[in-house]
Design a protein around this ligand. Structure first.
Ligand code: GAR
Length: 319
């Protein structure tokens, strides 16, 4: 698996950035730090990254004004990053920037979200008499501190704790949590179980879909429980293949050969299954076009569905 290229954005000290960076030095870490940048050119974290010989781009959001987000976008593109990790980055991201990087930005926040979004999380937890607080790593969405929670760590609040003492302990917990969760997140596209869950949620959108196996591989069928016909199968590195592939019904060998020749990174001829008209779509890639996968699933569902169901879909399409 290629290591994912991650940009880390900091506004200050950068201790989480350092934790991510040192974790990336392990040879089995699935990400590498391709860039460290932020909004304040004199942020202490940038000097640490420079000392560690990581590419750094010093951007000044005050001086750049509205041009800041474009300059940031150019720096991210020039570094060819796959993911952005916010590590004490204190600027709110504009919606169009988040949309451009949808699902590729993660953040660490010093509370057990959804509790205590925003600032002063430690003082608020103490003032509320909470017994514990912690930190959360989540996907960034346009609404601040609200995206999918990827991982959390709890930290006890001790008698006599103040915001400063609590922050120091939560920070230790953050440094354990963030590299582990980022590593898991960037590895998702290669995880057959995650791929299966993703296909399951897409396939569940069609009528009369059930689960079946095909020679032990997970599959989806359409029609009545007993007579249901398989329309999608996951072949997880079947018979030594490299692909975790989705097998769908194509119109025949000519179409399959044409697609495989035109896009060999996307399509393949699956061993054994290919001969029965199953086309393989490689899913263990970073750049899967899930809309395209959804279209193939629908096509395959239609090809295998009993006539009455396919007719229902045709009628629905007319409206
Ligand atoms: C960390 O505690 C992080 O969770 C928090 O800022 C600190 C940055 O420290 N982030 C937020 O509050 C984001 N809303 P660091 O610069 O040493 O990593």
């Amino acid at each position: 698996m290629d290591r994912a290229r991650v940009a880390i954005l900091v506004s200050g000290r950068g201790s989480n950035m350092a934790a991510l960076l040192y974790a990336a030095r392990a040879t089995d870490c699935p990400y590498e730090v391709a860039l460290v940048t932020g909004d304040k050119p004199d942020a202490a974290g940038l000097a640490v990254a420079e000392a560690e010989k990581v590419p750094v781009k010093r951007l000044d959001s005050k001086a750049l004004g509205k041009g800041y987000w474009e300059a940031l976008q150019s720096a991210l593109e020039a570094a060819a990053v796959d993911f952005i990790a916010l590590a004490g980055f204190m600027k709110i991201l504009p919606a169009d920037f988040v949309a451009r990087w949808s699902g590729q930005i993660v953040n660490i926040h010093p509370s057990l979200l959804p509790k205590y979004k925003g600032l002063h999380t430690h003082q608020t937890a103490i003032d509320n008499g909470d017994a514990k607080t912690g930190a959360t790593v989540h996907v960034v969405t346009p609404e601040v501190d609200s995206g999918e929670i990827l991982g959390q760590v709890e930290v006890a609040i001790m008698p006599g704790d103040n915001a400063e003492s609590l922050e120091a302990r939560v920070l230790i917990a953050e440094h354990q949590l963030y590299p582990k969760i980022l590593a898991e997140y960037v590895s998702r596209p290669f995880d057959a179980r995650w791929i299966e869950a993703k296909i399951d949620s897409l396939a569940g959108g069609f009528a009369e879909v059930g689960r079946k196996t095909s020679h032990g591989s997970p599959g989806w069928s359409v029609g009545a429980e007993k007579s249901g016909k398989l329309f999608a199968i996951i072949a997880d590195r079947h018979h030594g293949e490299d692909a975790v592939g989705l097998l769908v019904k194509a119109s025949g060998p000519d179409e399959m050969a044409g697609l495989i020749e035109a896009q060999p990174d996307v399509y393949y001829w699956p061993k054994y299954y290919g001969a029965s008209g199953w086309l393989g779509i490689k899913l263990n890639r970073r750049d899967v076009d899930w809309d395209q996968v959804a279209d193939w699933l629908e096509r395959s569902w239609r090809a295998c569905a009993p006539k009455r169901l396919a007719r229902m879909m045709d009628i629905a399409d007319e409206f």
